[in-house]
Design a protein around this ligand. Structure first.
Ligand code: DC
Length: 232
């Protein structure tokens, strides 16, 4: 059977990463979290003094440093464990999920030269098919010919609740109000940026999972995958 390309896009904390990882695990495909790549670039910018106190990005410096930023993924230690993002060989998986990175990643991801560099890397990763990639522009820009495109949505409040739980479970001291504000703010930047704004590809299937159980979502996903592989 042909190994297809699956593009899963959607808002932050819509559950698309969990969904993409599960699908990749079930069907034996490679999973790539493209958001982790933007987060790694944002972390690099933070750690190299390229972000001002107001969160403004020194675009010129960051673009000049792009050739020095190498991002890779190492598989998780056990099956089903989240893969680890490597920035210049260093495991930054925990660091890139912190609020300090979440707060600055959208402006970093809005820089055209950053997007072009990461899109090229993402396309190279998917050249052979057999990949599930999640992000914001995977179905529209990275893999416009993907055989299966899914656009995931859920209300901002549902998504903020999920993110809040994830973060407090992980030991972060954050308030729900701050997390919700961050989700709403990032939605706005992601939707209104000039380069590859977040939008549903015309041929993407839409999934609102606000009230779905994980089992229902899983069944929906497997049915969509089967239909996409049979059509080929
Ligand atoms: O999915 P996430 O929250 O980890 O994404 C982090 C940021 O990166 C978010 O602000 C949107 C941006 N992003 C993007 O612009 N394009 C992608 N393909 C993936 C993420």
């Amino acid at each position: 059977m042909k190994r297809i390309t699956v593009a899963i896009d959607g808002y932050s904390s819509s559950g698309k990463s969990t969904m993409a990882r599960q699908l990749a695990g079930s069907v034996g495909y490679r999973y790539i979290d493209s958001g982790a790549m933007y987060r790694a670039v944002a972390l690099y910018a933070l750690d190299h003094g390229m972000i001002g106190p107001e969160g403004t990005v020194d675009e010129e410096k960051l673009v000049a440093a792009l050739p020095d930023i190498h991002i890779d993924f190492a598989p998780g230690a056990t099956a089903g464990e989240h893969q680890h993002t490597l920035l210049n060989g260093q495991d930054v998986e925990t660091e890139i999920r912190r609020l300090r990175v979440s707060n600055v990643v959208s402006p970093v991801a809005a820089i055209g030269a950053v997007r072009r560099a990461l899109v090229l890397q993402q396309q190279a990763m998917g050249r052979e098919g057999g990949i599930v990639m999640d992000g914001r522009d995977i179905g529209t820009t990275v893999f416009p010919n993907a055989e299966l495109k899914i656009f995931v949505n859920a209300s901002a409040e549902t998504r903020a609740q999920r993110r809040f739980k994830e973060m407090t479970d992980g030991g972060s001291q954050v308030s729900y109000a701050d997390v919700l504000a961050n989700v709403v703010h990032r939605d706005h930047i992601d939707e209104t940026r000039e380069e590859s704004p977040l939008r549903r590809a015309d041929d993407a299937l839409e999934l609102d999972n606000s009230t779905m159980t994980p089992e229902e979502q899983d069944a929906w996903l497997m049915a969509a995958f089967k239909a996409a592989t049979q059509e080929d």
